[in-house]
Ligand binder design. Structure first.
Ligand SMILES: C[S@@+](CC[C@H](N)C(=O)[O-])C[C@H]1O[C@@H](n2cnc3c(N)ncnc32)[C@H](O)[C@@H]1O
Length: 292
């Protein structure tokens, strides 16, 4: 990592170079100038590398070969804490690192800054949260050396703020580094595979949205994948809509239900509540398709 403007100048004034005493025909004893504090480790490498690695949505067997190759190059992994209730997600990451990361490596835990979950101004609150997260990432990256890595649940391009944080760190200009994104299997693809379905009818588009937007905007005409739904927004769609629902995909408690919302919607609500109460957290996703 290079702190901009802080490069040592190798061709600096002669009096700053170490003096040499000749002690033999070709041997010199180097007289070092008075000791200075060593530069921070992050200044040693002119262009550090950071990997943002999609690790799939829970099944360690869905980590790609490209991800494994990148994992093996990383010296320091930065892990954003998600709170104790999602320890299983932390455990999945740890299992992936145990199996694939090169030894030795460092794991640097970055506490997730708190944020208002029901803000008056949602966008402003999220932007402020991204800023605070990016400052923590910057501090952690500056405090380590070698190749950095961030493991991202599923794929970094889908409902994940890691790439925005990385862009913010670079935009501040305090650190310079190169970064590479490794795609991962998303929960959308895991859902489709486990239900053995195509996401859309022939030639149709597919819409991906959140539970909050489904409630606010209603269901469109084509196929819609819904993520980040804390309160069963599918109960607001017409009863003849078909739903393919999946919770804890790729994990030991994986649960799949499908059918018409009018027939099995209440069952999903009940099952979801039971699972959530039992484990203390839930991650679920579903595909909705209006009746033809
Ligand atoms: C913050 S988003 C992250 C999405 C992730 N980047 C991806 O590619 O799947 C979290 C949401 O993804 C979905 N999700 C992620 N992993 C899941 C899993 N294993 N089972 C069910 N849903 C999952 C849920 O809708 C959850 O609320």
């Amino acid at each position: 990592m290079t702190a901009r403007g802080a490069h040592d100048n190798a061709s600096g004034p002669a009096q700053q170079r170490p003096a040499r005493d000749q002690v033999g025909r070709h041997e010199y004893r180097v007289r070092m100038p008075p000791a200075r504090p060593p530069p921070p480790a992050c200044q040693a490498d002119p262009m550090r590398k950071l990997y943002v690695i999609g690790i799939g949505a829970g099944d360690p067997d869905q980590v790609t070969m490209a991800a494994v190759k990148a994992l093996r190059e990383v010296d320091a992994f930065f892990v954003m804490g998600k709170g104790a209730e999602k320890q299983q997600l932390v455990d999945v990451r740890a299992a992936i690192l145990d199996e694939h990361a090169a030894a030795p490596h460092r794991i640097v835990e970055i506490p997730d800054p708190p944020r208002d979950r029901t803000p008056a101004d949602y966008n402003a609150t999220v932007l402020d949260w991204h800023e605070r997260r990016s400052l923590l990432l910057e501090e952690a990256f500056a405090g380590t050396e070698g190749v950095g890595g961030i493991l991202v649940w599923g794929d970094p391009a889908l409902y994940d703020s890691t790439l925005r944080m990385v862009e913010r760190v670079l935009a501040r200009g305090t650190l310079t580094f190169d970064y590479t994104v490794i795609p991962g299997v998303t929960s959308v693809h895991a859902l489709a595979a486990r239900h053995r379905i195509v996401l859309h009818r022939i030639g149709e588009p597919v819409h991906i949205t959140t539970g909050r937007r489904l409630r606010d905007e209603g269901l469109g005409t084509g196929s819609t994948v819904v993520m980040l739904d804390a309160d069963c927004a599918f109960t607001s769609v017409p009863g003849d809509t078909y739903i393919w629902w999946g919770a804890y995909l790729g994990m030991p408690d994986e649960t799949l239900i499908h059918g018409r919302v009018g027939d099995i919607g209440a069952e999903i609500v009940r099952r979801r509540a039971e699972l959530r109460a039992h484990k203390g957290w839930i991650m679920d996703i579903y595909l909705l398709r209006p009746a033809e």
